[in-house]
Design a protein around this ligand. Structure first.
Ligand SMILES: Cc1cc2nc3c(=O)[nH]c(=O)nc-3n(C[C@H](O)[C@H](O)[C@H](O)COP(=O)(O)OP(=O)(O)OC[C@H]3O[C@@H](n4cnc5c(N)ncnc54)[C@H](O)[C@@H]3O)c2cc1C
Length: 408
């Protein structure tokens, strides 16, 4: 008997792949069509800037499911399949290849793309970005020992790339326009420690550095800075953030504001949903709209959307969590950076493992965990529960965080 309804998911990245799985698991019995522009099946991106570049891991090491999974679960996956246009009125979409599909439920999981620089020479061969497995595959051969690599941007991707390129013996210069690394995400103290770790690894880290142009004959050979100086470069990687792929939604008439606007069930209206990096959801815990570019959001939002699609809506939200790995540093962040009244340090930064809490009144609103991932669960409970905590207890390594999370 033919399926009566079709759920079409546009974007076969982490969020799109997880949506297909949750729909099936939670009881969608009809057709699921998963359309992705990339030639690869859904995969997680975090390894791309880490072990794929530092250790020669398979660029698809983060693939979500084995190849047989799609057929076994009745998910029609189409790779290299770009959706060009949506018609919300007659519930159809047009493919770049010329076909047309109808949908009853539409999920947009179009993610982000790397932000590009608009400066002279930005289109020279050898000036690259990192977003996809193909990008990682193209970058890796250039990370040869002794190669002069210039990284533009001291965000998560640029810093992870600095660590990976250094591990391969490259001579790395990292240019950051702001006076601090990861200014919008990290407490000043943690940013300073991270900067120090990069410098100790041999990275020529230049904060407050202005960029003028990329130069070269047929391929990038140098980077010219705002002060007129020149840095020789065999490879440049631009890591200045990502921009949400909203054009498809916008052209179809969906409301967008740096992300497709959705409610706390990931619903954009009617039977149209959006989730993952491309969406700005009304977060039930933060109590406001937020666009998150994180692995965890791409894992959890699909569960919420699937529940809503299947008629069991539960508001989605929680304390945002991000992590990064650089050298011997695993850094985890809970909460979004905001002005805090007080910082509380737990542990000794000299030991390489510590926590830094940001407090508003007696409530912890942010936490940076440096090589202290084991404490993530209780810290999350403290923040999520909006518990009033005694700063002295928080700072005392002999007071178990589990105890404080129970309100004790
Ligand atoms: C190098 C790298 C390292 C990262 N490391 C971390 C980390 O350590 N920790 C962390 O929390 N997060 C990390 N992230 C972020 C995390 O990977 C993203 O938040 C996550 O991938 C978002 O998933 P998504 O499915 O929403 O978007 P994406 O993964 O971007 O997937 C969207 C997909 O949609 C496709 N698409 C777009 N438009 C169309 C269209 N019109 N038709 C068909 N297909 C389309 C795209 O080609 C893409 O395949 C990292 C990201 C990168 C790039």
């Amino acid at each position: 008997m033919p399926s009566s309804r079709t759920a079409v998911i546009v974007g076969a990245g982490q969020a799109g792949g997880r949506t297909a799985a949750h729909l099936r698991k939670q009881g969608w019995q009809d057709r699921i069509l998963l359309l992705g522009e990339e030639p690869d099946p859904p995969y997680e991106r975090p390894p791309l800037s880490k072990e794929v570049l530092s250790d020669d891991a398979d660029p698809l090491t983060g693939r979500l499911y084995p190849p047989d999974w799609y057929e076994e679960n009745g998910v029609e996956l189409r790779q290299s399949c770009r959706v060009e246009r949506l018609d919300l009125g007659d519930r159809t979409l047009d493919l770049a290849t010329g076909g047309r599909e109808s949908w009853d439920v539409l999920v947009l999981a179009t993610g982000c793309r790397a932000r590009l620089l608009d400066c002279p020479g930005a289109d020279l061969p050898g000036v690259m970005t990192l977003r996809t497995s193909a990008d990682a595959g193209a970058l890796r051969p250039h990370l040869r020992s002794g190669a002069q690599v210039v990284l533009i941007g001291g965000g998560f991707i640029g810093l992870e790339l600095a660590a990976s390129a250094t591990a391969r013996g490259c001579k790395v210069t990292l240019l950051e326009a702001r006076p601090q690394l990861l200014e919008r995400a990290l407490p000043d103290r943690v940013a300073a420690l991270l900067a120090d770790r990069h410098r100790r690894a041999g990275v020529d880290l230049r904060l407050g550095a202005g960029l003028a142009a990329f130069e070269g004959e047929g391929r990038v050979q140098a980077v010219r800075l705002g002060d007129g100086s020149r840095l020789p470069a065999d490879l440049v990687v631009v890591g200045i953030g990502a921009q949400p792929n909203v054009e498809l939604a916008q052209a179809a008439g969906l409301a967008c504001d740096d992300g497709i606007l959705v409610d706390s069930h990931c619903c954009a209206g009617g039977s149209v949903y959006a989730l993952g990096d491309c969406s700005r959801h009304r977060d039930a815990w933060l109590n406001g709209p937020v666009r998150l570019e994180s692995w965890e959001n791409a894992e959890l939002a699909p569960q919420a959307a699937a529940k809503a699609i299947l008629g069991r809506p539960e508001p989605y939200g929680g304390v945002p969590w991000f992590w990064t790995d650089q050298y011997d540093v695993n850094l985890q962040l809970l909460g979004l950076k905001q002005p805090v009244e007080r910082e509380v340090l737990r542990g000794d930064p000299e030991s390489g493992s510590f926590l830094l809490f940001g407090l508003a009144g007696q409530r912890v609103v942010t936490a940076a965990l440096v090589n202290a991932g084991r404490d993530r669960r209780p810290v999350r409970q403290i923040i999520e529960g909006r518990l009033a905590v005694d700063p002295a207890a928080l700072a005392d390594p002999d007071r178990p965080l589990k105890q404080l999370a129970k309100g004790a």
